[in-house]
Design a protein around this ligand. Sequence first.
Ligand SMILES: [Zn+2]
Length: 204
Amino acid sequence: MRARNEEHDDGVDQAVSMVQERLTEEKWQAILHNDADYDGKFWYAVKTTSIFCRPSCKSKPPKKENVRIYPTAEQALTGGFRPCKRCKPTGEKLPDEEWIGHVTDYIVSHYKEHLTLELLADTSHSSPYHLQRTFKRISGITPTEYIQDLRIQHAKTLLVRSDRKIAEIGSQVGMTNTPYFVTLFKQKVGCTPASYRRQHKRGD
Ligand SMILES: [Zn+2]
């Protein structure tokens, strides 16, 4: 088999390659197909037009050799590129980001209650599957993981700042099933709620 014809940056570009990322085939396909799943994961700039875009931008596909990849919009700006007027890579939030922002706000104010993926999807007239997928794409974790992390974080505070019983604290952060609360706590924190309290509570 012949060696793959790898692209090499020329000498000038090596100086900026610290912040630039390589244009992998995966990223190139994302650009060609305006794949919104990649929005927020990288930005691409076009050397000939000095403009940079989100992967989902519907503008004419650039020539591959003119594409520069950046991990953030700020770095593309620093690299001397202007934001595209069409996809507004630095501008307003995309509808999906806004939606997930609302779901996140909802979770933050209702984490003490019983929350399910179905219920969260219902609040925004979406399907659990679509919510799960979009949430994960935008925040990197699933809604369930987000809820669990938030509950455990509040439980840690209550364990240290109050004398309430473990079961009570569990219920207070939305986990009425105490054995489950203890198991999850152990899984996330590395010790039981009781031993966490012993380690962190002062003045006993
Ligand atoms: Zn654009």
